[in-house]
Design a protein around this ligand. Structure first.
Ligand SMILES: C[C@@H]1N[C@@H](c2nc3ccccc3[nH]2)[C@H](O)[C@@H]1O
Length: 449
């Protein structure tokens, strides 16, 4: 271990109530909305083949022409209550919303720049009504904030000269001012989701970022900040030079999911996922593979089974409505969550050996173990190997509690659950009530007669 001034300030998971609430979410919604939603990945009739929210960097687009989109931002159909209703129906417990993406356009009327909704035809604050509408649905809000700000003339990708340093010091104060402004304006926000922190200019600000994080946590005790915010004094990000996670949860799983429990190193984490391959802001043309509800449900179950939260991205249209494909997926996921939410909310790693048919999730509330089944084997037999000294006392369908199973013990701590003939062509959940070996209920099921 080397001594670090600006590395991790806490080892292991946070054990306070605010973090326990975050850990229990399971399913979240990401919203990317801003000026980039207006071109939607197209410019002068040509389709940009990168992520739509990055169109300002396309050689075909002059930054000035992009920045003039502010005069066209007027989402007349924006109704935060309808977005929150879709999210509530989908079963999300939190939403992460872009307050300012890399382009620097602010969805709140910031005092520190004119490049905000206040100077657009729309004029009004977007973030406040969104926070209110989602909170009214019982959904918590996390504010996404990009440190990188292409619009601000003091932004630098690196600090090479004295002039860079003078400009970037102004940029650091601007950033601090905006963050304290957001925390003050939106006191119910549970956390900040930082992005755009990989360039050398910011990576070199270990001391500044560390003191800013401390200041924000002091201003808002319980605030949740991920590992993407700051680097340590050796430029190490996410994990400091001693390999310890910085921030409250690992924020490295962008459009990817860990394979096994060892990959998450005992930390909290979230996975943020797009419906197309790589589009966060609204893209008029979705090309490539568009994920189906069943694929997204499997990603959700996999994340929760490995102690993470799954956050699915929506890119609303410039008029403020949600695209049809996203509404359809939200409903399909919601229909499944209505029946199976007990397997997702308060879900954590169950400690059962991974099986091909799907995922085990332990519910910290009910203390039951849930088998989320995606791949029914041709044998119709679901293999279950329990952790040491754990026996199965009961097994039944979460979707139909009268449908019970008698696990056949086929070896030490290993059982087969015999599925009944007709299994649904949808993911389904079997609940296991377990006990410790030798406890009052006997030792579980005797060998099959
Ligand atoms: C959550 C996602 N993070 C941003 C982003 N920019 C990147 C540049 C390089 C590599 C990955 C990136 N992700 C995306 O624009 C989106 O906001």
């Amino acid at each position: 271990e080397i001594s670090l001034q600006h590395g991790a300030h806490r080892l292991g998971r946070r054990n306070d109530a605010d973090m326990a609430r975050w850990r229990a979410y399971g399913l979240g919604q990401f919203i990317h909305w801003g000026l980039y939603s207006i071109p939607g990945g197209e410019w002068n009739g040509k389709i940009y083949n990168g992520a739509a929210e990055w169109i300002r960097t396309w050689k075909e687009v002059s930054p000035q022409a992009y920045d003039s989109l502010i005069y066209r931002f007027n989402p007349i159909k924006f109704n935060p209550d309808s977005w929150a209703a879709v999210a509530g129906r989908m079963g999300v417990k939190y939403v992460t919303i872009t307050t300012k993406h890399h382009d620097g356009f602010c969805l709140w009327p910031s005092k520190y720049t004119n490049f905000t909704v206040a100077h657009s035809p729309y004029k009004k604050d977007i973030i406040g009504p969104l926070v209110k509408a989602y909170n009214k649905q019982g959904i918590d809000v996390i504010l996404y904030f990009s440190i990188m700000d292409w619009h601000n003339p003091d932004w630098r990708y690196d600090i090479k000269t004295r002039d860079d340093s003078i400009a970037f010091n102004r940029f650091k104060q601007f950033t601090r001012n905006q963050l304290l402004e957001l925390l003050t304006r939106y006191p119910t926000a549970k956390g900040l989701w930082f992005d755009g922190t990989w360039d050398n200019s910011w990576v070199k600000q270990a001391a500044f970022a560390d003191s800013l994080e401390t200041e924000m946590r002091k201003l808002r005790p319980g605030l949740i900040i991920g590992s993407r915010f700051r680097a340590d004094e050796y430029g190490k990000r996410h994990f400091d030079s001693n390999g310890n996670l910085m921030g409250d949860y690992e924020q490295g799983w962008e459009r990817k999911i860990p394979e096994k429990i060892e990959d998450v190193h005992g930390n909290d984490w979230d996975c943020v996922m797009t419906i197309p391959e790589n589009q966060w802001g609204y893209a008029k043309t979705w090309s490539g593979h568009i994920k189906t509800a069943d694929e997204l449900l499997e990603m959700l179950a996999k994340c929760v089974s490995l102690d993470g939260n799954f956050v699915l991205n929506f890119g609303p249209k410039p008029d403020g409505t949600l695209r049809t494909e996203e509404q359809t997926l939200a409903k399909a996921i919601g229909d499944w969550m209505t029946v199976n939410k007990e397997a997702i909310y308060n879900g954590e790693y169950a400690g059962f050996a991974k099986q091909d048919w799907g995922y085990f999730i332990k519910n910290t509330g009910t203390n039951k173990t849930y088998m989320v089944i995606f791949n029914v084997p041709v044998s119709g037999l679901l293999r279950v190997t329990t952790p040491l000294h754990t026996v199965i006392n009961k097994a039944y369908d979460l979707g139909n509690l009268t449908q019970t199973y008698t696990p056949e013990e086929i070896g030490t701590s290993t059982y087969f659950i015999h599925l009944h003939q007709q299994t649904p062509k949808k993911p389904f959940v079997i609940v296991l009530e377990t006990g410790e070996t030798g406890k009052s209920h006997g030792t579980g099921y005797e060998k099959a007669k």
